[in-house]
Each structure stands twice: as C-alpha cells, then as structure tokens.
Design a protein around this ligand. Structure first.
Ligand code: PMP
Length: 425
C-alpha cells in the first residue's frame, strides 16, 4: 500500500491551526517523522535519523520493536478492552512480573495511563496512608500536568496553573553548579531536616526523581537518598520515587533508586514501561496499599493491550540484558562526551548522569545564549542525522536518552558528529 504523507509544512500549518498555541515542537526546520525501526526514525523523504532521545525516554526497546509489537497486535486481535470489572490475565501477569523486578517489599501495582496519573495516584495513596496533606518536593523536579502533580513540580516553566496546591514545601535539590555535589547534598539535607522539624507531622510524603530528567540530568551523590529516607522515617513521612523517566534499565539498574541502596515506599512508573503504548502504574507494599480503602478504578488502566505490551517489554529487557547494556554502552557514551568536554571546555561545562541517562550542559555568556546554543546544536545534529534532546532549568542541557538498543557504532557516530558541530560553533 502506497502511503501518502502531507509533508512537514502542511503538518506544521495544521498544528498551528488546530493545536493549542502552548504546544511546541523541536527544530526550526522540523521534519515529519513517518516511520521508526529500533534505534532509527525516518522522515517523509526517507532520511534516516539515529534516535538518541527515544521520544523522551520512552522507546527504550527500540521503535516498533517486532518482538514487542507482535504481542501487542496479538492481544489487540484477541481482546482489547474490558475494564477492571472483569477478570483478565494480562494485567495480573504484569502485576506479578513487576513484583519480581520491584525492590524490597513493593508488591502491589495500580495501573493507570500516564506518568501524571501514576504520580497523582501515588500522592493520593500517601495522603490516605498517613492521614496528612502536605508534601515535600525538590526544586528542579517534574512530576506531571494534573493539579497536584504540577503542584509538586519544581520547574517554573511547567507550573502553569495559577491555583496550585499550597501545601507543598520545596527544598534545594542536591545539585548546584556553584558547589560540589557533596556540599549541595548537605545543604539539601539540612533544609529537609529543618522542614521536618518544623512541620514533619503534617507531611504525607516527599516525592523525588532519583535522577532529575527535565531538571537537566541531575544525579546526587550516592549517600543522598539513604540520608533522605532515614530522615523521613523519623517523621513517618513516605518516600515516593518517580521512576517515570529513569526506570526499567535505562540507568544500568532496573530502577535508578537501586544505585542509592534505598527502597522507597511508593514507585511510580510510565513512559518506557509500554515502549510507546500508554501504560503506567504506582506500586507499593501490602501495608500501604491497604490504605487506599475507598473504591478506585481507571477505565483504561491495565487494559489487556497495554498490559500484554508491558509484559513483552519486561521480557525483552530481561532477555536482551538491557540494564547491563545501558551500563556498558552508556559508559562509552559518557566517556565520549567527557572527551568533548575536554576539547571544548568553553562550550561544555558539565557532563553528568549514568547509563543511558546522560546530559551535557552547554555554556555561553548568558542563559539566553546558552539556550540558543543548545537549540543550534540540536538543529545541526538533526540535519546530520542524529536526534538528541534538551532539558535543564535554563534549557541548556543536551539530553542523551537513546533506545537501549543503540550500538557502539551509533555512539561513536554521534560523538564524532557532535565534535564536528561544536568545532563550527
Ligand atoms: N514524571 C517525570 C519524571 C516525567 O519526566 C514526566 C514526563 N516528562 C512525568 C512525570 C509526567 O508524565 P506524563 O507526561 O506521562 O503524564
């Protein structure tokens, strides 16, 4: 069947006409993406791009991975939707599989459709369990677009609603370009201790990303979350670990919090759990789950197609040893980026993260110029066939979050191409 693509100008024009004006896309000269295959995407002219952003940390097993889509299609043709009012097998199998990979005693999963919804559920669960209303969150964090998840979001650009929940206390994140990571962690912990001493008895939970994604790939020192957890426990405050962007092997561990030797009370999941099919969940212990003691149901949550897909994803991650692969090849990419930092110290001020959750911060005389430079690098890389992301408080961090199936050759190609682009800045 011959496919007809309307072309990028017409797509852009329709977006302008029918989408909300707040909807942005990358690139001045944006291609129309029409096909994906593992680590590659193709535009309407057949140009191939090696994807180092994975649709914002989603397509970890590769675009249209045949091992996964086959099982999605099979389920789609067998039984698509029932809602949780009927017994079906894929969602219970998925819950059982998640229990196998979740840390500690986290055993129960509630299925929903998006990251925002998973965090909203996690926050509700914490309130129900503790009987308290307040939350603590980190500056620079991003947790969603619903009112409550936006309220705990510490990135100003994503706090749209003028009427956010005011019972949220933000503390400094364990990162500050002006300080060592150790000092920034110590300052953050001091603030946490102060807030808990002042009003710990009113706080239900602290919500964190173990490595901040949108905040610019910020990874604290290893001791940080252990100390956070110990402090929270003194005051009966739960720890919600938002693994929406970091989860399922990307950082070299199944969940990024494992790097810190901490078991959180609640973990929220979305994004790569379905490799592009919407599926999300929040998981917790038997004891905490018992506190969600009023009827609750999500119409699409854990539907057979999403659940069968997530099961296929977890199988693929295990069978292909993707966490090990992310650790090893992510190390290669990080070394490549660090070599570029040495070569261009005036342009790259920091390289950070672990596994395939990496960021390179760009510097320029002022923040607007740094954001402009970031856009320039993204555009040039795209023209040369590489898709990378951007994030950070000042939108000046290049984000590298490829499908975990990229090869050493893809990585070397990306680093060489970035070298060429930076040489011409
Ligand atoms: N938490 C984190 C860490 C995220 O990165 C995002 C999305 N970027 C969300 C929550 C919200 O997820 P969703 O867009 O699926 O609602």
């Amino acid at each position: 069947m011959e496919q007809h693509f309307i072309g990028r100008e017409e797509v852009a024009a329709k977006r302008k006409q029918y989408f909300y004006p707040c909807t942005a896309h990358f690139y001045r000269n944006a291609p129309q993406m029409v096909r994906g295959s593992m680590q590659f995407m193709y535009d309407e002219n057949g140009k191939r791009y090696t994807d180092f952003f994975a649709g914002v940390s989603v397509v970890a097993c590769g675009h249209c991975n045949p091992a996964i889509t086959a099982r999605t299609i099979e389920q789609l043709q067998q039984l698509q939707h029932t809602s949780t009012v009927y017994l079906t097998q894929p969602n219970v199998d998925l819950a059982e599989r998640l229990e196998e990979v979740l840390p500690g005693q986290l055993r129960r999963s509630f299925f929903v459709n998006s990251g925002s919804e998973a965090n909203e559920g996690a926050l509700l669960l914490a309130r129900m369990h503790t009987g308290r209303k307040g939350f603590i969150a980190l500056e620079g964090g991003l947790h969603g677009r619903t009112n409550l998840t936006m309220s705990v979001t510490g990135l100003q650009m994503w706090r749209t609603d003028p009427y956010l929940d005011e019972d949220v206390t933000f503390i400094e994140r364990p990162y500050d370009p002006e300080m060592s990571l150790e000092d920034a962690a110590a300052r953050s912990l001091e603030s946490l201790e102060r807030v808990l001493a002042e009003k710990g008895g009113t706080i239900a939970a602290m919500i964190v990303e173990p490595i901040q994604g949108n905040g610019g790939m910020v990874m604290p020192v290893f001791s940080y979350f252990r100390e956070v957890k110990a402090l929270l426990e003194q005051y009966g405050v739960l720890l919600i670990d938002d693994e929406i962007q970091t989860g399922y092997g990307r950082t070299g561990a199944m969940f990024a919090i494992e790097h810190f030797g901490v078991v959180p009370d609640i973990i929220s999941m979305a994004k790569a759990l379905g490799n592009g099919v919407p599926v999300a969940a929040f998981a917790t212990t038997d004891e905490i789950a018992a506190s969600l003691n009023r009827p609750s149901a999500s119409t699409f949550g854990g539907n057979p197609v999403s659940a069968a897909t997530a099961l296929a994803v977890l199988d693929y991650i295990r069978d292909e040893r993707l966490p090990e692969r992310a650790a090893e090849l992510g190390g290669r990419l990080k070394q490549g980026l660090q070599a570029l930092q040495e070569r261009y110290p005036a342009l790259i001020s920091d390289v950070r993260g672990t596994g395939f959750m990496l960021g390179a911060e760009l510097s320029a005389p002022d923040t607007a110029a740094a954001a402009g430079l970031t856009d320039h690098v993204l555009e040039e890389m795209k023209d040369r066939g590489y898709l990378i992301g951007k994030n950070g408080v000042n939108r000046n961090v290049l984000a590298f979050q490829p499908p975990l199936v990229v090869t050493a050759e893809d990585i070397d190609g990306l680093v060489n191409t970035l070298d060429q682009v930076l040489a011409h800045v």
